[in-house]
Design a protein around this ligand. Sequence first.
Ligand SMILES: Nc1ncnc2c1ncn2[C@@H]1O[C@H](COP(=O)(O)OP(=O)(O)OP(=O)(O)O)[C@@H](O)[C@H]1O
Ligand SMILES: [Mg+2]
Length: 276
Amino acid sequence: MEFFDVTKVYRDFRGRPLAMGVEGLSFAIREGETLALLGPNGSGKTTVIKLLAGLLIPTCGRITVGGVDVIRKRKKALEKVGVMLGDARSIYWNLTAGDNLEYFAALRGIYGKKSRERIKTLAGLLDFESILTRRVGELSRGMRQRLLLAIALLPGPRLLILDEPTFGLDVASRHEIRQLLREVVSKRRCAIVIATHQMDEAQELASHVCILRQGKAVTVDTMQGLIAKMSWAIDGQAQSSPWLEEVFLEVIDSTDKSTGFQRHDFGEGRKAGDIT
Ligand SMILES: Nc1ncnc2c1ncn2[C@@H]1O[C@H](COP(=O)(O)OP(=O)(O)OP(=O)(O)O)[C@@H](O)[C@H]1O
Ligand SMILES: [Mg+2]
């Protein structure tokens, strides 16, 4: 998938600008790669997620998935895209977990036997068979997160977009969700974009990082590239294990002090046609 020079200005109903969501943002990832979107509160992470999911229309710029334009050919571009938003408002709290899955499968054009089989497989994968008959309103937050992840996985996505998937979860549940995401990447070879405040999560899951500040990318790089450029790296290696938090603070701090933004490419030979 590719973001090319994307800007999103939020406007009120009269068209007057309210806030800058993102400004001049460009990045790209391929299948098998995971991009962590990092940044302080209000820096534009959720805006990126919603733009990518086709839930917001950019003010300008181009967004493609598998080379297909998300705005011009929305249905085709989003066919194999799974979305998990941070809160659980998108699901029906008075329906059971199973009914929610059936409903969202139908929205994706998956019915009958195929739908039942897929729901069974996902419930097995995410270990929640026992809650399929329970109302969403009765479930714990951790179970609801699993359900949201299962809904995102329904279309067999080539691109999975996640907004703070482990928000509010206990340590064990966070660990399980991360484990599941790693399995998804290795089994399905899909691309993942994950917005998170959890540096350890980003460090554990991501191959690429985009750090946002006030809607702009202050750093876009691979994990290895990011370490190598940091002042405390020795011979291009991080000296401590949880290093991403240090990077984050250093990048945010340095952009506070200067107005110049660092921009890095993900490497040679990228073109729209060969990315996810
Ligand atoms: N619906 C909206 N209407 C107006 N402004 C908005 C809207 N949604 C977001 N914004 C503004 O856009 C900017 C980016 O917000 P966004 O929610 O993308 O940030 P975020 O990085 O996801 O923050 P957080 O870490 O708190 O989730 C903020 O200034 C925010 O106030
Ligand atoms: Mg957000």
